[in-house]
Design a protein around this ligand. Sequence first.
Ligand code: S3P
Length: 175
Amino acid sequence: MEQKHIYLIGFMGAGKSTVAKALAKKTGLPVMEMDDIIASRAGMPIREIFATQGEGAFRKEEAALLAEIADGEPAIVSCGGGLIKREDNISVMHSSGTVVCLTASPETILSRVAGDSSRPLLQGKKDIASIAAMIAERVPLYERAYDFSVKVDGRTPEKIADSILAALQQKDRRM
Ligand code: S3P
């Protein structure tokens, strides 16, 4: 089967954007950074969209953008961490590409998001217990969504990208 999009999903701070860039370099495919596209179209950062229009409005934009990307040229798609909250989004990804989940320990996540104020859902929750609880709540959704998952703790974006490409090749061989 022809490989279409590679969707990178996973919790905030798991490294989707960085790994997407490494994959783009290795494959020559363009990167679609969903949060950046939504923010640029709205003319305001994500945290302001949440503050002024609410999470519901953001999720609607996110779903609309996903549908648009799914119909477009093959790309590495760096998804927002909460994209999988809508069941429809999972179906759209499955019918248009392969879904790869990056998983990281709460410690890794915390070290990456500690000084960051751009993610509204992490405000006031930058501690191991809160992050672990949020990850635990999301895990069933990520598990429903992904074709395979890759652990990122202590590994470079290049190594992670290589693992993903190797797994994709294996998957293609089985089809
Ligand atoms: C969110 C993740 C963020 C962004 C928004 C909501 C989430 O994207 O879409 O703040 O619900 O997990 P990143 O995963 O790229 O940080």
